[in-house]
Design a protein around this ligand. Structure first.
Ligand SMILES: NC(=O)c1ccc[n+]([C@@H]2O[C@H](COP(=O)([O-])OP(=O)(O)OC[C@H]3O[C@@H](n4cnc5c(N)ncnc54)[C@H](O)[C@@H]3O)[C@@H](O)[C@H]2O)c1
Length: 433
């Protein structure tokens, strides 16, 4: 098949490579010409993904994948563009306290990508929406926009094929994960499944489009609620002088209990966003989901509170934040709680330096970031931070204060190096067993 993929990001680009490798002729389209230009120059914009560079080189050199900034005729179109929520210009505190039911999905990218393919769509074509969207979007927005553009949609096969991949392990998960595909008609579901079967080894379940849209939102909402529960227990443990990390690891020995990890908040463009799409669809029916969002949204305030408890009556002026990314060992700072914590501190007049080895604009020499800092906030559990030598760090900082919001440092080692340490969730000054 000839396949045209709209959006060459974390999802669209590796999917394009896999489809090309499976024998399809793939055109990858992105409105960001910097991405297209760098791909033309052989530079990948997605790094630290095992096997992706080699696969991309193969499919570019055999001509099965080409990239450009305009769509063209194809047998199948895949839309993999961003679906954030609409951001407000409020200041950081107003944003944190914004009511959950006021969030709305920003479907502008989906609409413009759909408009862009409309002139090229032919009867019999397959149109697949991969982006995570509120329930009903495939039918109301994608089909609706194509109709507005004059396309006879009764002749099309339209489906939703959501993604479940983990950044950092994209290629393996795209191939191995089970998938849910929802067709607007059974024939559309079958046709979309047949295309994905050309590279997916996991099980593909076919359902209707709205169910597939909701399944994807349910998965990420489940994780958000679980993290909120872990965060709530972290606060309870601090209050009760119990070590939450030890308590949760013991609770997880129960065969049917699986707490996710507490932390400084929930980031990324999936778990921190998708629950709002459910709330928007059913605002009066989503108390638990809204409460979980509220708990996770407010964790950055708690991290700032831990810092203020640690500084006592000598307020710090210079803070170094370790980690801008929302999760370990990947370079993605979308909706990252680290950046919110930086803004909260800056709003108090504190000078903040942010370090992250996975994000170019924060990848300055660690030594320079640490030198003269009066407090460290460890906010992302990158392996490189967990293995820092506290004695080396002690030589650089001007005051030995550490808040670990990920529960990764050894309290014994850091205290032995002279640090005063607060570990989020750790009311008891004990090392995790
Ligand atoms: N990244 C993940 O791990 C992941 C996992 C599951 C689901 N998703 C969902 O997949 C979708 C895409 O996410 P992503 O991480 O690939 O986003 P991304 O930001 O990495 O990439 C999206 C790309 O689309 C391009 N784009 C925007 N408008 C366009 C248009 N009109 N035409 C062509 N290109 C356009 C952007 O320039 C960008 O390069 C989102 O809905 C996301 O929620 C992502």
């Amino acid at each position: 098949m000839k396949v045209c993929i709209m959006g060459m990001g974390y999802i669209g680009f590796p999917t394009a490579c896999l489809l090309a490798n499976a024998g399809h002729h793939v055109v990858g389209v992105d409105v960001n010409t910097a991405i297209i230009n760098s791909l033309h120059e052989g530079q990948l914009h997605i790094v630290n993904e095992e096997g992706l560079a080699a696969l991309a080189q193969k499919v570019f050199s055999d001509g099965s994948l080409t990239v450009c900034d305009q769509p063209s005729r194809a047998d199948a179109f895949i839309i993999a563009v961003p679906t954030p929520f609409k951001h407000s210009n409020d200041n950081i505190r107003e944003r944190i306290f914004r009511p959950e039911a006021s969030y709305q999905a920003d479907l502008g990218y989906v609409i413009s990508a759909t408009r862009a393919i409309a002139p090229f769509v032919q009867p019999g074509n397959l149109v697949i929406l991969e982006s995570t969207v509120p329930p009903g979007t495939t039918e109301e927005v994608v089909v609706g926009t194509l109709r507005e553009e004059g396309v006879d949609t009764s002749q099309l096969l339209v489906a939703h094929a959501p993604e479940r991949v983990l950044p950092g392990n994209l290629l393996a998960e795209l191939v191995q994960n089970d998938r849910v595909i929802g067709g607007l008609t059974p024939a559309a579901g079958e046709a979309a499944a047949a295309l994905y079967r050309s590279f997916v080894r996991g099980c593909i379940s076919i359902t209707d489009a709205k169910t597939a849209e909701l399944v994807k939102l349910m998965e990420n909402t489940y994780r958000d609620v679980n993290i909120a529960l872990a965060n709530e227990f972290a606060l309870v443990c601090e209050h009760l002088k119990v070590n939450a990390w030890e308590a949760m690891s013991l609770a997880n020995r129960h065969p049917r209990v699986q707490f996710l990890r507490p932390g400084p908040g929930v980031g990324g463009h999936c778990i921190a966003v998708d629950p709002y799409f459910v709330v928007e669809a059913a605002p009066t029916l989503t108390d638990l989901i809204q409460t979980a969002r509220r708990i996770n949204r407010r964790m950055p305030l708690h991290v700032v509170k831990l810092l203020h408890e640690l500084e006592g009556n000598q307020p710090v002026q210079r803070v170094a934040i370790l980690g801008a990314s929302y999760k370990a060992d990947v370079g993605d700072d979308r909706e990252s709680p680290s950046l919110e914590i930086a803004q909260l501190l800056e709003s108090e007049g504190i000078e903040v330096k942010v370090h992250d080895p996975f994000i170019a604009r924060y990848n300055l020499p660690l030594e320079d970031m640490l030198r003269g800092a009066e407090a460290l906030l460890l906010l992302t559990d990158h392996a490189v931070y967990a293995s820092l030598d506290p004695n080396w760090v002690r030589e650089l900082v001007s005051r030995p204060l550490l808040v670990d919001a990920r529960g990764v440092v050894s309290l014994d080692n850091w205290c032995a190096a002279g640090f005063q340490v607060k570990i989020l969730g750790c009311g008891q000054q004990l090392v995790m067993v």
